[in-house]
Design a binder for this molecule. Structure first.
Ligand SMILES: *[C@@H]1O[C@H](CO)[C@@H](O)[C@H](O)[C@H]1NC(C)=O
Ligand SMILES: *[C@@H]1O[C@H](CO)[C@@H](O)[C@H](O)[C@H]1NC(C)=O
Ligand SMILES: *[C@@H]1O[C@H](CO)[C@@H](O)[C@H](O)[C@H]1NC(C)=O
Ligand SMILES: [Zn+2]
Length: 464
């Protein structure tokens, strides 16, 4: 945690706990069906936006055509493809590339709904989490609707539960920026999609590497795109199976969502990611502890204050909730903040490769401008901006001697468990007693609410 961020969070916490409206629309509306709660934000926004760009792509889609009702563009081939059995060269010691054609979608959960927890796979992962010795804090799942719809949790959001979506509370283990000034940990979420090849072609042509937070439901739909991302040296990371708001799920559902997305990625590329991004940034100390027990380190995005989050809002172009010029104004503000002498570190911002509009604005405008920015940005995957080798992005290739995984075979399980997720230290809710604490379950919450959460969560992948 950086002092500058800490001091601004103190102010935000007060606002967050008492604000009656969504803090910022999509986080505040996590779990609600698309379009139900973003109207207030749209009504409050001005109608014209200004921006300036140092460079644009000569082949960019015109800004006026980056609209929700734009006709679907033709899709293009991947910049490269790799035969099954090829040995990866971007990482060392990796197994040969699996044969994606052999993967049967029927062997995986249904697409875009929260995974069932009764399967042998999920039951095994639940047991693994218990065996990890990580204490899961006793926090009931949130209702959908984020901060405004969860007053008890909101009042505690900057304290024991450290709920990022609500107040921006950051735990020591969260990655929210890059240590070195002017360094940009480039990330794209929610793919792979039909338009990801266009992004990969632009990145390859400009010798850029990114982190891709892949949704399991998309990975099983487009496995060869994920293989190209991996083989070209991009970082692959987890973004759940069905894109729910994780704080609204039971412990068992969270384990299932993370477990299946880890598994499908390993089945497609041969190795398991060590990093994940919670959809909507929706994480608290309960989610952090489960992720830690599953060897996943959270990556969110930079948030200086409630107003200055490093989110271009590119996701909302597809639905028409925002416009291309608004997104570019957001981008200019991010550049301004990232360059400002008040901001000591590098940064991570939120962008997406699920829809053509988000890819069009990235390849046509944001990335060309970023490449021409003075002073120059250093643009690289999150793992690289952390000054770690790409190998450390994968469990099987991680250098355990210099970078011990959250849970390793050598984890010492100590006798007394005092940690139940104290403020700002979700990751330290760690090595508790194996026997004294039940690590799975949601005490105090009946099956009726759990069922409601399951039913509501299926629509959320459309939101962010
Ligand atoms: C608020 O939570 C209740 C359950 O407690 C749920 O029925 C309702 O849909 C939620 N509202 C929103 C806007 O998500
Ligand atoms: C930082 O971001 C905020 C909110 O988007 C914006 O109002 C402000 O102008 C930005 N600062 C700079 C130096 O660009
Ligand atoms: C690091 O430890 C993991 C088990 O946690 C193991 O799978 C992996 O192979 C180890 N890394 C190397 C480079 O041996
Ligand atoms: Zn997402």
């Amino acid at each position: 945690m950086k002092p500058a961020v800490l001091s601004s969070l103190a102010t935000v916490a007060v606002v967050g706990a008492h604000n009656i409206g969504p803090l910022y629309p999509r986080q505040g509306s996590s779990g609600a069906p698309a379009g139900t709660s973003a109207g207030s934000a749209a009504a409050a926004t001005p109608t014209s936006f200004s921006f300036s760009l140092a460079s644009t792509n000569p082949t960019a889609i015109p800004l006026g055509n980056i609209l929700s009702n734009a006709p679907s563009q033709p899709t293009h081939a991947l910049p490269s493809t790799f035969a099954p059995g090829t040995t990866p060269t971007a990482v060392s010691g990796a197994p040969a590339l699996p044969n994606a054609a052999l993967l049967a979608p029927s062997a995986y959960p249904s697409l875009d709904v929260v995974v069932p927890t009764g399967s042998p796979e999920v039951q095994q992962w639940i047991q693994d989490v218990k065996n990890s010795g990580v204490v899961i804090p006793n926090i009931a799942p949130n209702a959908p609707g984020g901060c405004p719809n969860n007053t008890v949790a909101a009042a505690d959001a900057d304290k024991s539960r450290c709920w990022w979506t609500c107040t921006g509370c950051v735990a020591d283990t969260d990655i929210v920026d890059c240590p070195d000034k002017l360094t940009w940990g480039l990330t794209y979420d929610d793919g792979p999609s039909l338009y990801t090849p266009d992004l990969l072609t632009f990145l390859a042509a400009n010798n850029l590497k990114s982190t891709f937070f892949a949704v399991g439901s998309r990975v099983i739909s487009f496995p060869t795109i994920l293989q190209t991302e991996y083989m070209e040296g991009h970082q692959i990371a987890v973004h759940t199976w069905s894109h729910p708001s994780l704080t609204t799920l039971t412990n068992e559902q969270i384990i299932g969502e993370l477990g299946w997305s880890k598994k499908v990625i390993k089945d497609v590329i041969g190795v398991t990611p060590t990093h994940f991004r919670p959809p909507f940034g929706d994480i608290d100390n309960r989610v952090r502890a489960i992720a830690k027990a599953m060897d996943l380190t959270p990556v969110i995005w930079t948030r200086i204050s409630e107003q200055a989050t490093f989110d271009t809002d590119d996701f909302d172009l597809h639905s028409g909730l925002t416009t291309a010029s608004h997104v570019l104004q957001n981008w200019n503000y991010i550049e301004g903040n990232a360059t400002s002498s008040n901001f000591p570190t590098g940064f991570i911002l939120l962008e997406h490769d699920l829809f053509q509009q988000s890819v069009d604005i990235a390849t046509g405008y944001i990335l060309p401008d970023a490449l021409a920015h003075q002073p120059p940005f250093k643009i690289e995957p999150v793992i690289s901006c952390l000054n770690q080798p790409l190998n450390n992005a994968y469990l099987e290739l991680n250098d355990n001697s210099t970078n011990p995984p959250p849970i390793s075979a050598t984890t010492v399980v100590t006798g007394s468990a005092s940690a139940t997720g104290s403020s700002g230290s979700g990751g330290s809710g760690g090595n508790g007693s194996n026997s004294a604490v039940s690590t799975v379950g949601f005490p105090g919450l009946g099956p009726a609410l759990a069922l409601t959460l399951t039913l509501l969560s299926g629509t959320t992948f459309l939101l962010l």
